[in-house]
Ligand binder design. Structure first.
Ligand SMILES: [Mg+2]
Length: 487
């Protein structure tokens, strides 16, 4: 029997219209097999205005650097909040900032904000394997940490321009300390609390998104590293516009855990305590409508009372949220990658350029093949001649014919490669002026893209994108074929 379409019960499950608002899937997941959905708060439910937050952070931190003995002139030093992206590596020893592909091969590098030449890059990073896990390197994996990179690059530039001898490693430590202190002493938080709307984007669909999951029978928890007071203020702001029946934000969640100390939360045995003090509580006795601090993953799982594979955790931090959830337990993960919307839109707009890129790559391959068909016989003939043998006139004519072909093909190859390089640069520049695409490094997947692919079950630009999918949706992975099965 043929079904008549469209099916009315599928009407609201048609998926999002814009590609930037889709939920992308690395590992197949059926939402109907999820009982609990957990959320991180900062940069997951709370989407910050990045440039505003960076300026607030950097201005506060510059003041602290000056107070710690750095030159007064730093207070007015120029910085560019659009300089860094996620997934960069800071080389603390040399004061460089690097972008790598999935094989930890450095594809781009800046000293401060000056791009390293190919030769500098080769000398520093290509002659031996990068030990990216060593203390020399610092991995930038959150939007929260971008301000540190902006500040570090700006101070390296400013101090070196003033002719100062810079200890790049110590400077990075001081920058991080100044940023941390600004987060802790209220320099940043007081501003956010005074005017959350100026610092955080409120999505009016957030309450509806959470409600939709709940009305499909799922229970929700909040698991954040933020302290309880900040969580209270932020969640009140974020969920001010939800469905009327909820009243206040805590009504959406069956469990709220703050100051959780992720990633150590996943492996520790720290107790759960009610916010505001009090004796530790047994995990199984954790109640709705109480905000807890601390805690640990094993206790939380005990309280949730389902097998860990029926938990979906939504977070933005590849290490603290996603990788830990995958390695320490069997939680499924949805990673929030805010940059997706711009990334996907740029990718779409560049379709003609990508098509031309493929053409040029095919052309280059053919030229190489053709070149080799002339180089083989040419070399053989020249070897005989160089060994003192006199070639017959016909052979010498053949040698000359091959020689001319090689010269002609080499020139065409050079022209093709120049065009390819210029086009690759134009494409990268359309994504980001300094670093290119977040997910790609040249033709390869970037180290950040690789981590998203390897660890995040699902990824999307924002939590409210879930609203376009049925709470019973099955997300299917495209990665069910190996290279030898393609095409
Ligand atoms: Mg977060």
């Amino acid at each position: 029997m043929q079904l008549s379409l469209p099916l009315p019960e599928l009407a609201d499950a048609g998926g999002p219209s814009a590609a930037g608002e889709r939920v992308y899937c690395n590992r197949t997941l059926r939402l109907d097999r999820i009982d609990w959905v957990g959320f991180d708060m900062d940069y997951t439910l709370a989407v910050y205005r990045q440039a505003t937050m960076d300026r607030l952070t950097i201005d506060a931190a510059l003041g602290k650097l000056v107070a710690a003995g750095y030159p007064e002139s730093l207070r007015s030093c120029a910085y560019r909040t659009d300089f860094p992206i996620r997934g960069l590596l800071v080389d603390r020893k040399l004061g460089n900032i690097l972008k790598m592909d999935r094989y930890a091969y450095v594809k781009r590098a800046y000293h401060g904000t000056r791009e390293l030449t190919k030769e500098e890059r080769r000398r520093c990073y290509h002659t031996r394997r990068l030990r990216t896990g060593s203390p020399r390197y610092h991995w930038v994996d959150t939007l929260y940490a971008l301000s540190e990179v902006t500040l570090y690059a700006a101070v390296v530039d400013a101090l070196e321009a003033a002719g100062e001898a810079v200890d790049h490693d110590a400077l990075f430590g001081d920058v991080r300390e100044a940023v941390d202190a600004s987060h802790q002493d209220g320099s940043i938080n007081d501003h956010i609390r005074a005017d959350p709307g100026a610092h955080v984007l409120r999505d009016p669909r957030l309450g509806h998104t959470l409600h939709r999951l709940r009305s499909a029978g799922k229970r929700l928890f909040l698991l954040t590293n933020s302290p309880p007071e900040t969580t209270e203020a932020m969640m009140t702001f974020l969920l001010a516009e939800g469905p009327a029946e909820y009243g206040q934000w805590r009504a959406y969640f069956d469990l709220v855990v703050t100051a959780a100390k992720k990633p150590s939360f996943f492996a520790s045995d720290a107790p759960f305590r009610p916010a505001g003090g009090g004796a530790p509580r047994a995990a199984t006795g954790l109640e709705r409508n109480v905000v807890y601090t601390g805690g640990n993953r094993a206790g939380l799982e005990e309280r949730l009372g389902v097998t860990p594979d029926r938990v979906l955790y939504v977070g933005d931090h590849i290490y603290g949220d996603v990788l830990s959830a995958k390695k320490q337990t069997a939680w499924r993960t949805l990673m929030i990658v805010q940059e997706m919307e711009a990334e996907v839109e740029t990718h779409r707009q560049l379709a003609p350029q990508r098509e031309r890129l493929r053409e040029l790559e095919g052309h280059r391959e053919r030229l190489h093949d053709e070149l080799r068909t002339h180089q083989g016989p040419l070399k053989a003939l020249e070897r005989r001649r160089d060994a003192g043998e006199e070639l017959a006139p016909a052979e010498d004519a053949t040698r000359l014919r091959h020689r001319r072909a090689v010269t002609r093909l080499r020139a065409r190859l050079r022209a093709t490669e120049d065009e390819l390089e210029a086009l690759e640069q134009r494409i990268a520049g359309a994504f980001h002026g300094f670093w290119g695409s977040l997910f790609k490094a040249g033709a390869e997947v970037s180290s950040f893209g690789y981590q998203v692919e390897a660890y995040a079950g699902l990824y999307t630009s924002k939590v409210t994108n879930l609203l376009s999918y049925s709470p019973m949706h099955e997300f299917r992975s495209p990665h069910d074929r190996m290279p030898h099965e393609l095409g």
